[in-house]
Structure formats: C-alpha cells, structure tokens
Design a protein around this ligand. Structure first.
Ligand code: ADP
Ligand code: GLC
Length: 480
C-alpha cells in the first residue's frame, strides 16, 4: 500500500543548507520512495530557493499569513517533490535562513516559522485540492508547531511525527507572541506550547505529535537524562515508547568517491591507491608541505557542541606528533581565531578555510586520512558517515550517533578486521589527544590502515536500513 507523507523542513539540500538537517530532509524522501511512501516537502521560499525553482505552479494561496499574502508553489527538483512557501514579507531578505547578514537571528523568526508550520497544517488538511497526506513529518523546532496547529483544529487530520535533529535549538519565545500565533487560549498550557513562562515551539510539538523520532538510538537515550535533555527530558520520558531513535543515512549518490566530479581523482575500496592524488591535491589547495605523514581534518560548524575548541587547543600537539591538519568551517569567532592563529604558527602544517564550502568538503573527505569529531553531544552526525564512505577514518567522541555509527579499532575489532575508526571519550582535551595518538599508531601500519579504510568504505551508510525502519513505523502509525 502506498502512503503519502508531507515533510515540513526549514532547509533542504540541494536548495539551502546550513547543516545536516538539510542533507536529511533532501535525502530521506528519496529513500522512502523505495518503500512506497510518496513524500512532498514543504519549505520556506528564501531568495536562493525562489531563484532556483523559477516559475512553478501555484497550488494554494493564503490571504494573510502572519502579515502578508503567501502562496504554495509546487515544483520538482530532481526526484524531490517540493512545495515552496512563497511569502516575501517573511522570507525575501538577505542573510541566511535563520540569521541576518550581520549574524543575528531575524527578529521575526517566531513568525517566519510559525507561518511555515501553519501553512504545513493547512496543506495537511487539504488546502491543496486533491492532496491529503496520511502523515506529516515536522523537522526540528522550525516546523514543530505543525502538529500543534493540527491538534487544536478540531478537524480530521493526518498522523503527526516530530523528528528531533538537535534538542539544543528549541524555538523559545516570549509569552507576548502567543496571541499572534492563532492558537486557542487553551494552548497556553502544560499540554500546549507554554514552557516555563515562554512559548516553546519544540516543546509544543513534542507534546502534540503522535510519534517523536530522533536521529540515533544513543541520542534517543541521552535526551531522557537531565544532562542531555536540555530541559525537555521529563516530557520526553513521558512519551515512553512514542520516542524512537533511527540513525541517519547519507545520499550515497551525492557522496560517492568512485564518481565524485569535484575530487581530483576518483577511487574505490578496490582502488585505494588513487586516493593519494586527492591527498596531494589538498596539500596544494591548503599550501601544506608535501609529506607522507597523515593529514587530519575538520569539516564542521566551529562551535562548542562540536568540541572544536578542543581541536584548536590541540593544534601544536598534533603538529608535534608529525601530523598535519586542515580545517574547513565557520562559527564561533573565538574558535575561528584560534585556528587562524595555529595556521600562522604552522603555515605549512595547518591549513584553515573559514567559511562554508560544499565542494571543498568533498575534496577534504577524499584527501585527508582522518576526520576529527570531538563533539560534546551529537544527535547523529553526518561527517563521520561521509568519512567512512570516503575512507577518511573518523576519530570521534563516544556520544550520540557517533557511537552508533563507528566501530572502534580496539583489539577485538582490529583482530576481527571490522574496525572503521577510533572512538574516544569523554570529549576532553586529553581524551582527544589519546584518540589522535591511537589513530597515528594505526596509520603507522600501512597494511592495517588500508584494511581499516576498506572496512570503513564497505560500511553501509546508505539510507537503506533506516528508511525501512521509518517506513514500518509510518505504516504502523496510520493503522492506529
Ligand atoms: P550539524 O548538522 O550538527 O552541523 P552534521 O554532521 O549532521 O552536523 O552535518 C553537517 C553537514 O554540514 C555535513 O554535510 C557537513 O559536510 C556540512 N558542513 C559543515 N560545515 C561545513 C563547511 N564549513 N563547509 C562545507 N560543509 C560543511
Ligand atoms: C543536527 C545534528 C546532527 C545531525 C543532523 C541531521 O544538525 O546536530 O548531529 O546529524 O541534525 O539529523
């Protein structure tokens, strides 16, 4: 039986991306299609998105959506079936999806994403003639009011799912906006959106949804604890079996070292020699001294969550051990500054690119030997999956999805030939250095290293297994 699912997300690769959410929102629909689930994806019409889609078909209109007229435009991009919310008063402006060009939150984000959710609820209840999804999947706080609007509507509605990609971002706003959300007074309650005297978008969605999912089994456990729950652990514990952790996959078509147009030289698990040319290419690109020693890499938001202050502080120790480091990322000015200073100290050993560069991220995964991910918490993480796929050995902290997707090179795993990376813990400076020491020891044995690269590249990081779990859950939900 085929099912129809409306996915509501604030970023979708390849149209707009600030992080892993976009990759998931762009790839999961294609994987679900293989299980007979037709996905349409509703997203905001930011300028880049409107420019990319050109003219589509107007499927429905809103006379006044949070202060101005809006329309849902239907279009296809590759295999993605997109519903773009064209609302110039909310989305047609400079800056990123969430922040201004100056780096501050758009002051009306509360309205921009309540509008996305309200439009999602309207579409879910038939605003587009002939379209009635069986399920709505709302991603993160930006879409989390969708199930709330549906729950209070008092009309027949599809089943609802909220997927948590990162509990650190909750969409919490002053109580004064409540009156503008178009919710009934009763929604200002413990069962509704009230959250410690504020309006909590994610909190409301987690309460209202028929099912809550998150992006790895370990993170699903971590968020039940006071340390990992970021204030929502009590609510989440209350959801019991209605909270499920499913590990992310990646789009193995977009990320395929045998067939990646932006890397210097394609290679596969059986032709790893070709990988060396990619290493030479990034040495050149980052102005590093040529060498046979390992190149470690960082491709990430440079934030506290990602633990990259720890790598920044370890730069001298990394160089002292004969390794080199390349960094691609942007984020907290202090961490950016630390990396730039490390580059100034070791210009031919440490290369730093501050900014966001999708193409370079592929080249780094193809050319570096190992990727460092010392996250303090990590719901799933995708860069370690790209690392596995590209034979760029992940060196990860033992948290969340990192722990679920990497097989540590301990004695048993190495002997059995199944290791795919190095797991260290807890995410502290000394533990990171320990992880670096272990990966350097492994690198020093070329045969063992190659065998680990092959195991990594053969690991199934596709959506295949996880899409089946989602599909089964969604089917069960519609049968309730
Ligand atoms: P998060 O979503 O928490 O940032 P993930 O590991 O799930 O972490 O996803 C991050 C995504 O963003 C990956 O696709 C990664 O390659 C990409 N990425 C992060 N920083 C950069 C950057 N500076 N340039 C290019 N891609 C980046
Ligand atoms: C979030 C998380 C990251 C996860 C991504 C996609 O950004 O921080 O761990 O991989 O969402 O689910």
């Amino acid at each position: 039986m085929s099912l129809s699912l409306l996915s509501v997300a604030s970023e979708v690769f390849p149209l707009i991306k600030t992080g892993g959410l976009a990759d998931v929102a762009g790839a999961l629909p294609l994987a679900l299609a293989e299980h007979g689930i037709d996905v349409r994806t509703l997203m905001p019409g930011y300028p880049d998105v409107m420019a990319r889609i050109g003219t589509g078909e107007t499927l429905c209109r809103f006379v006044n959506l949070f202060g101005g007229p809006a329309a849902v435009i239907g279009t296809r991009l590759g295999d993605l079936d997109l519903l773009v919310l064209d609302a110039p008063h909310l989305y047609d402006r400079s800056g990123g999806p969430y922040v201004t060009a100056g780096g501050f939150d758009h002051p009306d984000n509360w309205a921009r994403f309540a509008a996305l959710s309200q439009a999602g609820a309207a579409v879910a209840q038939g605003a587009i003639p002939g379209y009635r999804p069986d399920i709505v999947q709302a991603h993160d706080w930006q879409a989390a009011l969708t199930p709330v609007y549906l729950a209070v509507s008092g009309r027949p509605r599809p089943k609802t799912v909220v997927t948590i990609h990162n509990l650190a971002f909750q969409g919490s706003y002053p109580a004064s906006i409540f009156g503008s959300l178009g919710l009934p007074a009763a929604a200002w309650s413990l069962e509704g959106v009230e959250y410690y005297g504020n309006v909590g978008y994610l909190k409301g969605g987690l309460h209202a949804a028929d099912l809550v999912t998150t992006v790895s089994p370990t993170y699903a456990e971590e968020i039940l604890t006071p340390g990992g729950g970021m204030g929502l652990d009590g609510l989440l514990r209350g959801r019991g079996e209605r909270l499920v952790g499913i590990v992310n996959g990646i789009d193995t078509g977009v990320w395929d070292p045998r067939n990646d147009p932006v890397i210097a030289s394609p290679y596969g698990a059986r032709s790893l020699k070709g990988r060396l040319r990619n290493k030479r290419a990034i040495e050149q690109e980052f102005g590093l001294a040529r060498g046979d020693g390992p190149i470690l890499a960082v491709v990430s938001r440079l934030t506290w969550q990602k633990g990259l202050d720890l790598v920044a502080e370890a730069c001298d120790a990394i160089v002292a051990r004969g390794a080199r480091l390349v960094v691609v990322g942007s984020g907290e000015p202090m961490i950016e500054g630390q990396f730039l200073a490390a580059h100034a100290r070791h210009p031919d050993r440490i290369g730093v690119r501050i900014g966001y560069d999708e193409t370079l991220s592929h080249r780094v995964q193809a050319g570096a030997d190992a990727i460092l991910i010392p996250s303090r918490f990590e719901p799933c993480g995708l860069t370690q999956l790209y690392g596995l796929r590209y034979g760029c050995i992940p060196v990860v902290a033992k948290v969340g999805g990192l722990a679920d997707t990497v097989i540590d090179a301990n004695h048993a795993a190495v002997t059995a030939g199944v290791a795919t990376g190095v797991i260290f813990g807890p995410p502290t400076g000394p533990a990171l250095i320990d992880g670096v020491d272990r990966v350097l020891d492994l690198y020093a044995d070329p045969k063992g290293w190659r065998s680990m690269q092959v195991s990594a590249m053969n690991a199934d990081v596709s959506w295949r297994a996880s899409a089946r779990i989602y599909a089964d859950l969604f089917r069960d939900l519609t049968r309730e």
